[in-house]
Design a protein around this ligand. Structure first.
Ligand SMILES: [Mn+2]
Length: 272
């Protein structure tokens, strides 16, 4: 049963359909994974979300920063801004409640021990090993299933704390976990995250390197392989072996990528 991991769709429904045609997607044979950021910036967030939710067999999908941002708005914690958001179609949809509830039960990280792949939107924070990362992701996933999620959304935004500390508590702790899993690009050797630079890996701010270049990550490899999205400026190029960058900037007019886990073959279609 081939498994395909698809990069950040961001409401680009038509390219997604073209990509599925290209891989000759067959629901009776194939399983789909998504790196998150299904919605926002692109023109068809509603169609995209409805489609991914309706897939059978059920897809594996992790939450991205844009998905969480939409949830924060939909749950009333943040204002909708038409300059930055393109998902009013979801907020006005008759099936909005089902769509949002489906999104809210998605994990921040998914690890498949049989295929030996970790799926995460931004990456694996260099100060965590796989086991700790999955445990911490679970803390956030648990809150999203409780009435506390409302308060969580209103504390979601912010670039601090900048470093992980196991003694972090409350919303600071949850925000750091969310930022590491869904927004991280550059990290310092001390574990400080930098959220301003969105350019390619070699345009690192002084004192910072791409998260995937750190030795703790390397020591998990080749035990596990990592699939991530979020960083379109990498253009699908990741220098670390066994780590695969799948956001190829479809929404910016570049490409949408599907990665077949079994043989690491990549399929791409160019996006208008
Ligand atoms: Mn993202």
């Amino acid at each position: 049963m081939p498994t395909y991991a698809i990069g950040d769709v961001q409401g680009c429904f038509d390219p997604l359909m073209k990509l599925l045609e290209k891989i000759k997607y067959d629901p009776s044979q194939d399983h789909l994974w998504f790196t998150g950021d299904l919605v926002n910036r692109g023109p068809k967030s509603l169609e995209t979300l409805r489609f991914v939710k309706s897939l059978n067999p059920k897809p594996i999908c992790v939450l991205g920063n844009h998905d969480l941002g939409m949830l924060a708005i939909a749950r009333g914690a943040e204002p909708y801004d038409p300059k930055h958001h393109t998902f009013s179609d979801i907020l006005e949809a008759h099936d909005k409640d089902e769509l949002l509830s489906w999104l809210e039960q998605l994990p921040l990280m998914y690890y498949d021990p049989k295929l030996n792949y970790l799926l995460v939107h931004a990456g694996l924070y260099p100060k965590w090993d796989l086991k700790l990362a999955l445990t911490l992701a679970k803390e956030v996933e648990t809150v999203l299933k409780t009435p506390h999620k409302q308060e969580f959304y209103s504390h979601l935004y912010g670039n601090t704390p900048t470093h992980w500390d196991p003694s972090l508590k409350g919303f600071d702790r949850l925000r750091f976990i969310v930022n590491a899993c869904t927004r991280m690009r550059f990290c310092s050797p001390e574990g400080e995250l930098e959220f301003h630079t969105k350019e390619s890996a070699h345009k690192n701010p002084p004192g910072f390197s791409p998260w995937f270049e750190y030795p703790i990550i390397q020591s998990e490899l080749p035990k596990i392989k990592i699939l991530f999205g979020h960083w379109a400026a990498l253009e699908g190029k990741c220098t670390a072996p066994n780590i695969f960058a799948l956001d190829t900037g479809c929404v910016w007019g570049n490409a949408l990528t599907a990665f077949r886990l079994e043989d690491e073959h990549q399929f791409k279609i160019s996006c208008p």
